[in-house]
Design a protein around this ligand. Structure first.
Ligand code: DGL
Length: 270
C-alpha cells in the first residue's frame, strides 16, 4: 500500500516531490491522466468521471488514501465524490484547504467562525474550470471575512507547461498577471491555484513584484499530509518503492517529468 497522488498530468509532480521530501519513508503511487489533460477546460461531469476513474486505478494499486494533487479536480469533483462516491475505508483529500488555512493563519481542523485576517486583496491564478467553480471563494468564506479575491483564469498555461514550451508559458504568465493587475492593481498575496504553476513560480513572482507573497501549494500539502498520517498511521502502510503511472505516452511523459524534477522519473502505462 502506498499513498496515491492523482493529477491530470505533470503538475501534481510538484506536490509529489514535496511530499516525498517531507516523508522520505512513505512510498507513493503517482497517477497522471496525461491522455486527458488539460482538465481545466472540461465541464464538471467530465472532470468528475475522469477523476473517479484515476482514483479507482490508484485504489487498485492499494492506495487507500489518495491526494487529489489537482486543483481543478479538487474544485470541480471532490465534494461530489465525498458526498456520494467514496466507499468506507478509503480517503480522498484535496489541495485547496491546506492553502486556505495558511492564508488565513489557521491550524488544521480549526472550525471556528470566519474572522478578519491580515490579507485583504488576494489574486487567484487557476484554470478556467477552477475559477468557474468558485470553490476557492467558498472555502475561504468559511474561514475569513473581508477578503477581496480577484480570480484570473490562465487559459493555455497548462498546455504550454505539459508541452515543455517554456517561452510560451512565460509569455502567458506575464499576460495573465497583467490582466489581473488591471482589475486588482495591488494584490497583497497571490495564490498559484494550479499544481502546474509552481514550475513558473519565479516568473509569477517577477511579474507580480517582490512585495506580493506568492503562495504555492506543494509544501503546504506535504505538511498537511505528514500531519494527517501522524493522526491516521493506518493509511501509511508498508512498502518502499514509489511508482508512476500515466494514461499518456510513458516515454514522453517520463522525459518531461525528468526535465521538470531534474532527476530521473520513469512512468509506466496506467
Ligand atoms: N494541474 C491541475 C490543477 O491543479 C489541472 C490542470 C489541468 O489539467 O487543466 O488545476
Amino acid at each position: 500500500m502506498a499513498v496515491g497522488v492523482f493529477d491530470s498530468g505533470l503538475g501534481g509532480l510538484t506536490v509529489y516531490d514535496a511530499c516525498a521530501r517531507r516523508l522520505p519513508d512513505v512510498p507513493f503511487c503517482y497517477f497522471g491522466d496525461n491522455a486527458h489533460a488539460p482538465y481545466g477546460v472540461r465541464d464538471a461531469d467530465d472532470i468528475f468521471n475522469l477523476t473517479c476513474a484515476g482514483v479507482e486505478r490508484l485504489w487498485d494499486e492499494g492506495c487507500d488514501l489518495v491526494i487529489l494533487a489537482c486543483n481543478t479536480a479538487s474544485a470541480a469533483a471532490l465534494r461530489r465524490m465525498q458526498e456520494s462516491w467514496i466507499p468506507e475505508g478509503k480517503r480522498v483529500l484535496g489541495v485547496f484547504v491546506p492553502m486556505i488555512e495558511a492564508l488565513t493563519e489557521r491550524k488544521w481542523g480549526d472550525n471556528s467562525p470566519p474572522r478578519e485576517v491580515a490579507v485583504k486583496h488576494v489574486a487567484l491564478f487557476a484554470t478556467p474550470a477552477t475559477v468557474a467553480s468558485r470553490a476557492f471563494q467558498r472555502e475561504l468564506a468559511f474561514r475569513a471575512i473581508g477578503v477581496d479575491v480577484e480570480a484570473q483564469p490562465c487559459g493555455g498555461l497548462v498546455d504550454a507547461i505539459e508541452d515543455g514550451d517554456e517561452i510560451l508559458a512565460e509569455a502567458l504568465v506575464k499576460s495573465h498577471v497583467e490582466a489581473l493587475k488591471r482589475r486588482m492593481p495591488r494584490p497583497e498575496a497571490a495564490i498559484l491555484g494550479c499544481t502546474h504553476y509552481p514550475f513558473m513560480q519565479n516568473i509569477f513572482q517577477q511579474a507580480l513584484g517582490a512585495d506580493v507573497s506568492v503562495y504555492s501549494q506543494a509544501n503546504l500539502v506535504a505538511e498537511s499530509l505528514a500531519d494527517y498520517l501522524t493522526r491516521h498511521p493506518e493509511f501509511e502502510g508498508p512498502g518502499r518503492e514509489s511508482k508512476f503511472l500515466t494514461t499518456g505516452d510513458p516515454a514522453s511523459v517520463s522525459s518531461h517529468a525528468t526535465q521538470f524534477l531534474r532527476h530521473s522519473i520513469r512512468f509506466d502505462p496506467a
